[in-house]
Design a protein. Structure first.
Length: 363
């Protein structure tokens, strides 16, 4: 998947927003005070990978350093976007910029002769060991070797302990960037060895303007996606690129509405369909659970008298109706039930039983 890099912004980096994070990274480059490990935190789709790739571009950019930078700084504090190093990073072809994530792990399994591998649920030790084969080598053509470890919060215990060895003795001219959504899932010994760079959700107006100017969205479409994005510009861009995404979201919410008035038999039949989707289209099922989780969060927001926090702006009448009908405890239990079901599916609980418990337990 290509990153959501854009034209150069006022910061000089091809990143929408996140000025504080960009300023921190620019400053460390300008003063030649880079650390060997960074921890980019923030919700999925907020722009962690995009920022990491822009950082990697800057570290290996072949343009001359700007005036006022530390005398020993070998490169610029913002990528030119034009040189060979920047172009190769953008295309995912730079030999010194390596991504380690669930997608690369699945690809590694395919190369091992196992056929087409499904997307794994956790980052395993094999991926970290594969990275360690090259992490100690000198950069091939750039100034820095940059390893971007996506979903680092999904490393299993073996992988995390293996990564600790690299963080404990970081090789020269190597930068590791860990991308995490849930920082609490990381070992404290890993977090403590990284410079933390938090990425917060962006404002609706900024996202809407960027969707229109950078990705050609129509004004109404840009406003709708910005309102639904929860400040996650990557999510908004993905929805814009997938013409069926909004329609699928509407169907997902319709399914939830139909369930609320269904009989027990109808709910069991629905669970059977969801179990089949778990087998045939697992990512789609998880997307359904994400949508349902956000729905119940927004029901609670409306229930608390804060409808402006409900990002499902087009669903406010339905949200208000459900909030009026249910007690706060019921809405909260529904939210917990969706979250618990996702966790059970990730822990290999029988999917049919987990999904039956979900559809039978929703109010």
């Amino acid at each position: 998947m290509s990153p959501h890099l854009v034209r150069t912004q006022p910061s000089g980096w091809p990143v929408v927003g996140h000025e504080r994070a960009v300023a921190m990274l620019r400053g460390s480059i300008r003063r030649d005070l880079l650390t060997h490990a960074y921890l980019f935190t923030g919700p999925s789709g907020v722009g962690k990978r995009t920022l990491a790739l822009a950082f990697a571009m800057t570290l290996n950019c072949q343009a001359e350093p700007a005036e006022g930078m530390a005398s020993q700084a070998p490169g610029p504090e913002a990528p030119c976007g034009l040189c060979s190093a920047c172009s190769r990073t953008l295309r995912g072809e730079h030999p010194d910029v390596v991504e380690v994530n669930l997608q690369t792990q699945a690809a590694l399994a395919e190369d091992g002769g196992k056929g087409k591998a499904p997307l794994p649920k956790e980052l395993r030790i094999d991926s970290i060991r594969e990275m360690q084969h090259t992490v100690g080598l000198s950069p091939y053509s750039g100034r820095w070797k940059v390893y971007i470890i996506g979903v680092a919060d999904k490393m299993n215990e073996e992988a995390a302990n293996c990564l600790l060895k690299t963080l404990g003795e970081p090789p020269a001219q190597t930068v590791l960037v860990l991308l995490v959504e849930d920082e609490s899932a990381l070992l404290p010994t890993i977090s403590s060895r990284c410079s933390r760079v938090p990425l917060r959700p962006l404002g609706r107006e900024l996202i809407a303007a960027s969707l229109a100017s950078e990705w050609g969205a129509e004004q109404e479409q840009a406003r709708q996606l910005a309102a639904l994005s929860g400040g996650r510009i990557g999510w908004a861009v993905s929805m814009l690129r997938d013409r069926n995404a909004l329609e699928m979201r509407s169907r997902t919410l319709e399914d939830l509405a139909v369930l609320s008035g269904s009989t027990i038999l109808e709910r069991i039949n629905a669970a059977t369909k969801f179990a089949k989707k778990y087998t045939d289209a697992r990512a789609e099922l998880y997307a359904t659970l994400d949508t349902w989780e956000s729905w119940w969060r927004y029901v609670l927001a409306v229930k608390a008298g804060a409808p402006e926090l409900a990002l499902n702006a087009d669903q406010l009448p339905a949200l208000a109706s459900v909030a009026k009908r249910l007690r706060t405890e019921q809405a909260y239990e529904a939210l917990e039930l969706v979250q618990r079901t996702r966790q059970q599916l990730q822990e290999n609980v029988n999917p049919r039983l987990a999904l039956e418990a979900l559809v039978l337990g929703l109010p």
